[in-house]
Design a protein around this ligand. Structure first.
Ligand code: NI
Length: 176
């Protein structure tokens, strides 16, 4: 089922997602719906709060750097209760977000991360990531703590991006 994506400045995006006690069928259903919604919206990652669900779940399908055409499902992962257990280095990447359509900004993050999580069967897994996957993991995990990429910007830059976003919303309202 395709779910509606919560858009900024909806306060739900600022809440803190809650830990999943057991990965049961209702969690797997949420994962399936989030995957469907992510592909529909042409995103490479999606966090539960973005579909108005408070459970700590993220899904990602980050293309390989040499992947010219999107190969859906190739790198698909679903993570329950994900946690960054190690990070290293620094990188800057121009990020966007399905909850803030139409705006992007350069965000500074760790270059490498190690993430611990449960998979859709409730099995403990660990992922080592660098490049775009490391960035996407940090972006999605931030969502679970109510943090958006604009919160990672300087105040001045954040105000500029917010103004641009507001403007694009107004334009959208006038579109026919
Ligand atoms: Ni996002």
């Amino acid at each position: 089922m395709i779910l509606e994506i919560v858009k900024y400045p909806d306060p739900f995006l600022k809440s803190e997602a809650v830990k999943v006690d057991s990965v049961d069928d209702s969690v797997r259903k949420l994962i399936d719906d989030m995957v469907e919604t992510m592909y529909y919206a042409r995103g490479i990652g999606l966090a539960s709060l973005q579909v108005r669900d408070p459970r700590r779940v993220v899904v990602l399908d980050v293309p390989d750097e040499d992947e010219k055409e999107r190969e859906k499902g190739k790198n698909l992962m679903a993570l329950v209760n994900p946690e960054i257990v190690y990070s290293e280095g620094e990188t800057i990447y121009e990020e966007g977000c399905l909850s803030l359509p139409g705006v992007t900004a350069d965000v500074e993050r760790a270059a490498k991360v190690r993430v611990k999580a449960l998979d859709r069967d409730g099995k403990q897994i660990e992922i080592e990531a660098e490049g775009l996957l490391a960035i996407a993991l940090q972006h999605e995990l931030d969502h679970l703590n109510g943090i958006l990429f604009i919160d990672r910007l300087s105040r001045l830059k954040r105000e500029l991006v917010k103004r641009k976003y507001k403007k694009s919303l107004e334009t959208e309202e006038r579109a026919i």
